[in-house]
Design a protein around this ligand. Structure first.
Ligand SMILES: [Cu+2]
Length: 334
């Protein structure tokens, strides 16, 4: 039924273009009540619908569930029909001892009537994937269908600075895991030329540990590939770039002496269970809540200073992680 408005909508827009444009003040978009949440956290998406299409009452709200918002259950609304579409996720997500590979991808509340002068909320509850990168965003694209006309809240920023979006999708910012405050300061992100670092963090180490691990996402907005070849931190005697591989059923880590290539226009994420930075010969433990200055060097000659917030040992376990990530760094193969 959601498509049945389309032809009528087109006709309406042709005759009354101002209906689509006169959407009230520019700030009165469809937005999320809670605009920041941590990876692995339970999240209740409350979509706030402040007005109709122009003055026309809202009769249906359809939302596309972004990748990374998992195990989603829509909340029924009295007076509205509820339908959801399930589909495969782009990747699999561990959650409470299960592995989720599919779930709700789209929700439509329809056959309702929300006059322009009234306000309402549409709710879906779920979880955020534990590997979502701090500082990244999830976009909830919303189509608002009215008795006359339709509004599509689907615009997503393309990275241009100072960009103004006419009909922005509702946005959820991903905080650094387990640490709301850390997500709000500049820690964990840096820029140099066409290279940008996001979501950098290091795991706290137990007393006496000689090695620690760090994770981050590198974005290369340039037109040439570059390679992360070195890391250095004052607290570590040396730094290496590592990968995890499965050999004979055992997870092992190995050094990547060639470094990690960041393709032109590409993004590479180092995360628990995969590629990571290794801080070796630690002179002192990495303490949760402190921060770790790190220098990243690239083949192009670029060097980027990044401050890594230090998160608790097993800090993502409460978000459904496994202990595997932790013992990576207690069994060191060199
Ligand atoms: Cu390692």
């Amino acid at each position: 039924m959601k498509r049945s408005y389309s032809s009528q909508t087109l006709a309406t827009l042709a005759l009354l273009p101002f209906v689509a444009l006169a959407g009230g003040p520019a700030s009165a978009h469809v937005t999320l009540e809670q605009r920041e949440a941590a990876p692995g956290a339970a999240y209740k998406a409350v979509l706030k619908v402040p007005h109709g299409c122009g003055t026309s009452p809202t009769q249906a709200i359809r939302v596309e569930i972004p990748e990374g918002f998992i195990n989603v259950k829509p909340m029924p609304k009295p007076g509205w029909s509820l339908a959801s579409v399930k589909g495969a996720y782009a990747t699999s997500y561990p959650l409470h001892g299960r592995t989720l590979t599919e779930g709700v991808k789209e929700i439509t509340w329809s056959e309702g009537n929300l006059p322009d002068e009234h306000y309402d909320e549409f709710v879906a509850a779920g979880f955020l994937g534990k590997d979502l990168v701090g500082g990244s965003s999830l976009y909830f694209k919303v189509t608002q269908t009215c008795a006359e006309g339709e509004r599509q809240w689907v615009d997503v920023p393309d990275g241009t600075e100072g960009q103004k979006l006419a009909s922005p999708a509702a946005v959820l910012r991903i905080a650094a895991a387990g640490d709301h405050a850390a997500a709000k300061d500049a820690g964990g992100a840096a820029k140099s030329g066409s290279l940008a670092i996001e979501g950098a963090w290091a795991r706290a180490t137990p007393q006496g540990a000689k090695v620690g691990a760090g994770y981050l996402t590198v974005l290369n907005t340039g037109s040439a590939a570059d390679t992360l070849i070195g890391i250095a931190a004052p607290v570590a005697g040396k730094g290496e770039i590592h990968d995890m591989t499965m050999t004979d059923g055992v997870m092992r880590m190995r050094a990547l002496p060639e470094g990690i290539e960041i393709p032109a226009g590409g993004t590479v994420t180092l995360a628990p269970g995969g590629k990571h930075l290794m801080f070796m010969d630690l002179k002192e433990p990495l303490v949760s809540g402190a921060s770790l200055p790190v220098t990243l060097t690239f083949k192009s000659g670029a060097s980027v200073e990044v401050t890594f917030p230090i998160r608790p040992i097993g800090g993502d376990k409460k978000h459904g992680g496994t202990t595997k990530d932790d013992h990576d760094h207690h069994h060191h193969h060199h």
